[in-house]
Write a protein that binds this ligand. Sequence first.
Ligand SMILES: C[S@@+](CC[C@H](N)C(=O)[O-])C[C@H]1O[C@@H](n2cnc3c(N)ncnc32)[C@H](O)[C@@H]1O
Length: 230
Amino acid sequence: MVRQHVNPLSRFHQQPRALPLLAELFAEPERPLHLDIGAARGRFLLELAQLEPQRNYLGVEIRRPLVEAAETERRSLGLGHLHYLFCNANVSLQNWLALLPPGLLERVSIQFPDPWFKTRHHKRRVLQPSLLLALAAALAPERQLFLQSDVPAVIAPMVSLVEASGCFVRPPADTRPWRQDNPLPVPTERERLVLSQGLPVYRVLFLRNEQQPPPLTTLEQSLVATDNPA
Ligand SMILES: C[S@@+](CC[C@H](N)C(=O)[O-])C[C@H]1O[C@@H](n2cnc3c(N)ncnc32)[C@H](O)[C@@H]1O
């Protein structure tokens, strides 16, 4: 049985994991890379990778049995431009992103990421300031960061964090505060479920701008100031 949620702050999940060589993950490692954080059982990337085979796809997920099942399916289809890895994104990704060749990362998606709605569970959420800065450092100008959720209390702090960094802008034509449509051609499993229930999905596409990422302390202080306006 696969657990519904795992606590990313548990001691077991604090162990950093090594990033395998890209040549061990992908048949053509120099292709542009789409990183999906919180890939779960991986069906979104499995479909997208077959629809748009021109880039590589990496799904990361903290529930190991889901990663193993996704990898088994990927291997059975012989897809050399898709891979799933087990890790806690908040523990391992910062190092992994720094190891990527400059310019390789084309798009990052974080979709329906968290079961942690309560304010006291903020530290369990996937998009922490240090991860956002690592993403900003790895994404070249114009590259994409796509966020979506059905829970306003989850997506609103993610958007505030991205905006506080100063490193991303929205495409000028996008409606605010949320995009009307999904810019990606494949819905995720959670997205299908939410839409089938007639419930709203909140989406934002960000494009990396030319700004240097701020120091972590500066970003954290600006978030504290936003949370506690004078
Ligand atoms: C609600 S599911 C959504 C899955 C998929 N993105 C979708 O939209 O259908 C969120 C996923 O993020 C994973 N996740 C949560 N925290 C994580 C972390 N720190 N590192 C990696 N994966 C994480 C969870 O285990 C879960 O599979």
